[in-house]
Write a protein that binds this ligand. Structure first.
Ligand SMILES: NC(=O)c1ccc[n+]([C@@H]2O[C@H](COP(=O)([O-])OP(=O)(O)OC[C@H]3O[C@@H](n4cnc5c(N)ncnc54)[C@H](OP(=O)(O)O)[C@@H]3O)[C@@H](O)[C@H]2O)c1
Length: 260
């Protein structure tokens, strides 16, 4: 495979680290984006040494409205053409919506939705001009249903799913593919940040390993799949939701998001 450039947001932890490893292993240069500079620099050094690729560190707080445009400008200044964009940065919160910090809920929409939308726009336009490129947007199985006690998070992921499918359709035949990947519960730093490690969803067995989930997403993107759900049970659940009464879906999801 010829050497290309992949930009990965949320590359300082969890799935993002795995994506960076995967691209580097396949001989691609990487642009690592997140707030945690020390972690990004350590990863960049490791990838450069292990795989002989160039690993650029571009720190950004995607909760800041101007961050996507600044990031795009920085990439242009470096003279880099991005072949793969992975919109992976994201976080959640748990508990009743009215008991959350409003600023943090709004920041979640900024990071999970607005930054993803802006980066898709900014990087897909040059991809369309070059008639090649792949975008991977990380949603969640949460995107298929409303999620009481994680209301904002589930809604952000429904946005990612809907937006990505539509964009994929619009870009058909242009040489640019857009993939929405939906992981189920996965072992990363997500629960520590969201505060839902004790929820029924994460306490049950079958929480997936990050390398396995990232590998599945990576391969779906390389195949140009529009929507990919990780895990047979998650796929069954996402499918069955189409035929389930909404009241039952809300009830079951609320229970999963609460502690036993
Ligand atoms: N783990 C799961 O169970 C699960 C399930 C379904 C979907 N997902 C999705 O998978 C994606 C990756 O999450 P993960 O599980 O790997 O979680 P994680 O281990 O907590 O990693 C989240 C990444 O997002 C970055 N991030 C958070 N806020 C940011 C901000 N304001 N600006 C820039 N970067 C920011 C973090 O970097 P810094 O803190 O250094 O900025 C970190 O690198 C997310 O979109 C998440 O919603 C996760």
């Amino acid at each position: 495979m010829s050497r290309k450039v992949a930009l990965i947001t949320g590359a300082s932890a969890g799935l993002g680290v795995e994506f960076a490893e995967q691209f580097a292993k396949d001989g691609h240069d990487v642009i690592l984006v997140a707030r945690g500079v020390a972690k990004l620099e350590a990863l960049a050094a490791k990838l450069a040494q292990a795989h002989g690729v160039k690993a650029h560190v571009l720190p950004a707080d995607l909760g800041q409205p101007s961050a996507p445009e600044q990031l795009f400008a920085r990439v242009q200044e470096l003279g880099l053409a991005v072949d793969f964009l992975v919109n992976n940065a994201g976080f959640g919160s748990s508990g009743a919506f009215l008991d959350q910090d409003l600023g943090r809920e709004a920041e979640m929409v900024e990071v999970n939705c607005t930054a993803l939308l802006k980066l898709s726009y900014l990087f897909a336009r040059p991809m369309r001009e070059r008639k090649q490129g792949r975008i991977l947007n990380i949603a969640s199985t949460a995107g298929f249903q409303p999620g009481p006690y994680m209301a904002t998070y589930y809604a952000t992921k429904a946005f990612v799913l809907s937006f990505t499918e539509a964009l994929a359709f619009e870009l058909e035949g242009t040489g640019v593919t857009v993939t929405c990947h939906c992981p189920g519960a996965t072992k990363t730093e997500f629960t520590a940040r969201a505060g839902n490690a004790e929820s029924r969803l994460f306490k049950r067995s079958g929480v997936a390993e990050a390398p396995e989930v990232a590998g599945h997403a990576y391969s779906a993107m390389m195949k140009g799949q529009v929507v990919a759900v990780h895990g047979v049970l998650n796929r069954l659940a996402a499918f069955s939701l189409r035929f389930s009464p909404r009241a039952a879906v809300r009830f079951v999801t609320a229970r999963l998001n609460q502690q036993a």
